[in-house]
Design a protein around this ligand. Structure first.
Ligand code: GLU
Length: 395
């Protein structure tokens, strides 16, 4: 059967792929320690599940408005106001089937063939693929662990062409956990203003920031920047609601309306029950978020400490998100257990097959020489995983 050119180039998401492989091996009875997927291991808080049951009982089982229920839009703009002082109207929101879908809506609404989007590497695996699927061209700018993965603003200026339409920011970042400092955000905002670019700010990890540090959205810098920014977000990471698939974009009213029109043609509304659950998440008690964050912070401290003790591994302390992103380049080019390991992919394969540890290779994020390990798992698993890692590396 014919397969389109577009589809023939597509590979499955490596994060989802690695997690699925680990799950399948666990299903076969193997004791795999999974550091692959970015998915909180906590159950969805009880009051959120109860709201979903109540929505079912109340008969909220039919189509909703394609871009989401008004109550959830109001809750989203309410939270942006109270938490970050950002003023939006409910008609500036389009609610989708997860943050990933919200991003896809953004690219579809924004991009014409050949339009360029500046993307910082290491990047989340799906950004370049999504942009290309929508006819755009991701222009990758590398950032370095030695600078805490902060971009060089001169490199951004040099990368801009007459086709550049947007700059994509993901702070805190998946996979590095890095957070763009205020002066970097200010520099990017100035560049965007100078070249009349849109800023897309994926803030899915905004509640997972450690050591008491607070989230700074680029939209908070000034009114002009806010107006040229589109926020992408969702409930998955903050409320341990990955499977419920609720995310959203917030931006100019006309943009949100167009995204809603695309969605009404493509998928109709996101799941009605999930929308009511997300409403309870945003309007209910928030201590669950703080409790999960505390646990993540303890795991992060332990994980980084343990990795830094392994000879040859260098690991930044991630200020946000729930990933460690160690530099493992010292182990590339070596022979481990009789296997020649040349790339981060070969190392990840070796770790999974030989030591039953699932990770995601840095190459999937545009950063060869690194591995991503999620600490959305117990300290016990982290301890066992690091022991296995040490043994596998012969360290
Ligand atoms: N964002 C998560 C991760 O990076 C979930 C999987 C995905 O959608 O890529 O692991």
């Amino acid at each position: 059967m014919k397969i389109s050119q577009r589809a023939s180039h597509i590979q499955p998401s490596p994060t989802i792929g690695m997690a699925a492989r680990a799950k399948a091996m666990i299903g076969e009875g193997l004791d795999v320690i999974s550091f692959a997927v970015g998915e909180p291991d906590f159950p969805t808080p009880e009051h959120i599940c109860a709201a979903a049951c109540a929505a079912l009982e109340a008969g909220h089982t039919k189509y909703t408005a394609a871009s989401g229920i008004p109550e959830l839009k109001a809750a989203i703009v309410g939270r942006l106001q109270t938490e970050f002082g950002l003023d939006y109207d409910a008609d500036q929101v389009c609610i989708s089937n997860g943050g990933k879908h919200a991003l896809m809506n953004i690219w579809k609404t924004m991009l014409d063939p050949g339009d360029e989007v500046i993307v910082f590497a290491p990047y989340w695996v799906s950004y370049p693929v999504q942009i290309e699927l929508c006819g755009g061209h991701p222009v990758i700018i590398m950032t370095n662990s030695s600078r805490g993965f902060q971009p060089d603003l001169d490199e951004v200026r040099e990368a801009i062409t007459s086709r550049t339409v947007a700059i994509l920011i993901n702070s805190p970042s998946n996979p590095t956990g890095g957070i763009f400092e205020r002066e970097i955000l200010e520099g990017l905002a100035a560049i965007a203003a100078e070249h009349d670019l849109t800023i897309i700010s994926d803030e899915i990890y905004k509640h997972l920031i450690y050591q008491g540090r607070e989230h700074l959205s680029i939209a908070m810098l000034d009114e002009e920047t806010r107006q040229r920014t589109i926020l992408a977000d969702g409930v998955a990471k903050s409320y341990s609601m990955t499977g419920w698939r609720i995310g959203w974009l917030v931006g100019p009213q006309q943009f949100a309306a167009k995204a809603g029109s695309i969605q009404s043609q493509e998928t109709s509304n996101p799941c009605s029950i999930s929308q009511y659950a997300a409403l309870a998440a945003l309007t209910g008690p928030q201590d669950c978020v703080a409790q999960m964050r505390e646990q993540f912070e303890q795991r992060r401290d332990f994980f980084v400490g343990a990795l830094r003790e392994i000879e040859g591994i260098e690991c930044n302390m991630p200020p946000g998100a729930f990933y460690v992103f160690p530099d493992i380049s010292a182990y590339l080019g070596r022979e481990l257990a009789g296997r020649k390991i040349a790339t981060s992919l070969e190392l990840a394969e070796y770790l999974l097959e030989d030591s039953l540890i699932s990770t995601v290779p840095g190459s999937a994020f545009g950063a060869e020489g690194f591995l991503r390990l999620s600490f959305a798992c117990s300290v016990e698993d982290i301890k066992r995983g690091v022991e296995r890692l040490k043994a596998a590396l012969g360290a």
